[in-house]
Design a protein. Structure first.
Length: 434
């Protein structure tokens, strides 16, 4: 066996492994022995049938198995002897495997780039304040009360925070929207619908704000402008006029912060409720602080080195990123034709994000090796319990599924290793207070 390595790029190599015909013939001889022992041929005891008869009876199976063995041996011995830090096999050139001729197998492989990172401990970062003010607590309490608010009909003019029930019919340059976007009647004409005045999440941009100051029975024409990236293509960037008639105004009534309200939250007094909310705000601020430090650490280590990136890893991460973007857009109601129209932009943005992700993975892997950070059985158990809690599945069912998919297990272990290494760097960071 001979091995030859040629550079394609800094991270892509061609690995050529050559076999002499005698080596291939020896592999076939071993195969013939195995087939002969297992074959049931009338008139012959196991292992006693002539070789030519075995070849004739099992020719295709022997040829396929021989190819698989030679390829496997070439890959295993070639990567071992060449000492390449292999990441992926990108391609295997087609080659005829026969016992009467030499063979050269050419693998195109991506390898881990060579680089060195140092000074990754005590990275200077700034920590957000975890101090909880009275205003923070009051704001959190108001949010909780708002979630449990009731809405009572009022006869006054609608104000910010009120919900308004109304009918609407829209036109663009005098043409009914029902003709411009017939597949989206909710944007065209509705006998009744609701909007919260001042909300950023209204169905029709700006329409809710135009309802402010109106009361039950009032009619008005409201001008709105759809954003250029609106999820209904015929309406993108268009100015529309909606004729509306208010049917009802409802006022948000926050529950009183009293003993009854507090008991409904599982505490006995207003003071105890405030203490609980204070701890909740502290926890949120602590999470925000650590998340921001992780971001700073990530940016700091990424800026320390420039690395040639293995193309196959970037391709894989790009595909994953694009899939996530498409899924998110579909959930938001973006039509398929719109996604097709923006395919090049989605791909470019996904590839840029993928390149950053791959670079970070390579850096974290090297740091993990230096610091002997490993994924333990305890780490995997914790992951399984967390997934079970989030998905509502039983842990045993998750373990059973993972046993069927070793590739998924490897991806999970890699992700846990990156996260564990990043947490190590966060713990080592030198934090100055904001």
């Amino acid at each position: 066996m001979k091995i030859d390595i040629q550079d394609v790029t800094d991270t892509r190599k061609t690995l050529a492994v050559s076999f002499e015909a005698s080596e291939i013939a020896a592999e076939e001889a071993e195969l013939l022995k195995q087939f002969s022992k297992q074959a049931k041929i009338p008139g012959f005891r196991p292992g006693k049938a002539p070789v030519n008869m075995i070849r004739q009876r099992f020719g295709k199976q022997i040829k396929d198995e021989l190819r698989q063995r030679v390829v496997s041996k070439a890959y295993q011995d070639g990567t071992k002897e060449s000492k390449l830090n292999l990441i992926n096999v990108v391609d295997l050139a087609d080659v005829e495997i026969a016992t009467d001729q030499d063979a050269e197998l050419k693998f195109t492989v991506d390898v881990r780039p060579e680089f060195e990172i140092s000074d990754y401990k005590e990275l200077p970062v700034t920590g957000k304040s975890e101090e909880v003010s009275d205003a923070d607590v009051e704001e959190a309490i108001d949010r909780i009360r708002a979630e449990r608010a009731e809405f009572a009909p009022v006869e006054r003019e609608a104000a910010k925070g009120d919900y308004v029930k109304f009918s609407h019919e829209g036109t663009i340059d005098g043409t009914p929207i029902s003709e411009i976007a017939p597949e989206k009647p909710v944007y065209a004409k509705m006998p009744q619908t609701w909007e919260e005045i001042g909300s950023e999440h209204g169905l029709i941009p700006g329409l809710g704000d135009g309802l402010e100051g109106l009361k039950k029975g009032d009619k008005k024409e409201i001008e709105v402008e759809f954003p250029a990236d609106f999820n209904v293509e015929p309406l993108q960037g268009k100015k529309a006029v909606y004729s509306v008639e208010v049917q009802e105004v409802r006022e948000r009534k926050l529950p009183a912060l009293d003993e009854e309200f507090c008991k409904a939250q599982g505490v006995e007094s207003v003071e105890e409720f405030k203490e609980r909310v204070t701890e909740m705000v502290k926890g949120r601020k602590s999470q925000e602080r650590r998340s921001d430090i992780r971001r700073q650490v990530t940016e700091a280590i990424a800026a320390k080195v420039e690395i040639p990136l293995p193309e196959s890893l970037v391709d894989y991460e790009t595909e994953m990123a694009m899939r996530q973007v498409v899924q998110n857009n579909v959930r938001q109601g973006v039509p398929q034709e719109k996604l097709e129209e923006n395919k090049e932009q989605i791909h470019a943005e996904s590839r840029a994000a993928a390149a950053e992700a791959v670079k970070l993975q390579l850096i974290l892997t090297q740091i993990a090796n230096k610091e002997e950070i490993q994924v333990t059985d305890e780490d995997m158990s914790r992951f399984i319990m967390q997934r079970a809690y989030q998905s509502g599945q039983k842990p045993d069912a998750i373990v059973k599924d993972l046993r069927k998919d070793q590739e998924q297990v490897r991806r999970i272990q890699s992700s846990l290793l990156y996260d564990k290494t990043l947490e190590f760097l966060v713990d080592q960071a030198k934090v100055s207070e904001a």
